[in-house]
Design a binder for this molecule. Sequence first.
Ligand code: ADP
Length: 319
Amino acid sequence: MFNLLFLPVIWVAMRKGYAGVALALVTIQLTLAVVTAFVGYNTTDFAILQLLMLVLSITGLLLGAVTTERQDAALRLREQKRELARILSNARAGAMGMALAHEVSQPLSTVATYLHAARRLLQSGVASEPVMDALVKAEAEAHRAREVLERIRDFVSNGNLNLEALDLSAIAQKIVALCGEEAAERGIQVEVESAGPVPPVQADRVQIEQVLINLVANAIDAASERSDACGRIIIRIATHADAVAIEVEDNGKGVAPELADNIFDAYQTTKPRGMGLGLHLSRRIVQRHAGRLWWEPITTGGARFVVELPTNGCGHNAA
Ligand code: ADP
């Protein structure tokens, strides 16, 4: 009859673990002691019962220990999974913060430059026209920063592109107006080359401008590292079959060999204060427009980055 006790003890050990089975065994032992006292077993019978109790206890406790260990491991695994999910969501938030900082820092620094210029002009008592000009430019840049933020918000919330018919030649001229001053200050000449009228492309104006500003800012950095002050950037518009391409070409030092294959991956940078996100985000934007972004080395030195956008207007919302 004693052997029947094995079944509930095993069940308790597997369900409740070490603590549960220990409690069950103590209860059984106490019950046995009470029953023995009532029935009046002799010493030999009591010794046999205790021996069986010992075997039952060892079996129950071993099983209970294994169960408790398994339950602890499952708990640890659940905690690790929760921790991993927390780390991943922090990393995503961090990457988004970095992207935001990258996209907005450029217009904000331009605003600061124009405001600084306006203050200097006011201090030196210059007529109001140049001051007004600097303030109008600062205001336009501040609007652009807000547009960039709104586009990023749209991008994150529903991934929509604000498509409109774009004239890439006009956009190239606008980029030169935006970046030309900085290039000139760093002794770099910027030119636009276009072989006649180009067909319009369906694209998100702010996002495409952002891509081109990234490419031209990189070209300015590369060309300004020349020692002979002969830095030159050409923004070329070309018509391809079913597509229009904008090339940004510089005569700088060229792409560093270690970046040749992974320049579009996130966080690849050779600049001390670079974030390595501009090209990564730019390629994502162009791909969302069903276009392509690639780079080519220039044999005489320098690099050419090419944005190709389809003219059949197949911008889509894939991430
Ligand atoms: P960041 O400018 O913050 O470094 P990017 O993604 O825009 O990030 O650029 C990544 C890296 O690609 C740069 O650090 C630079 O080494 C390289 N690169 C980009 N454009 C050029 C270029 N026109 N010529 C040479 N190297 C370039």
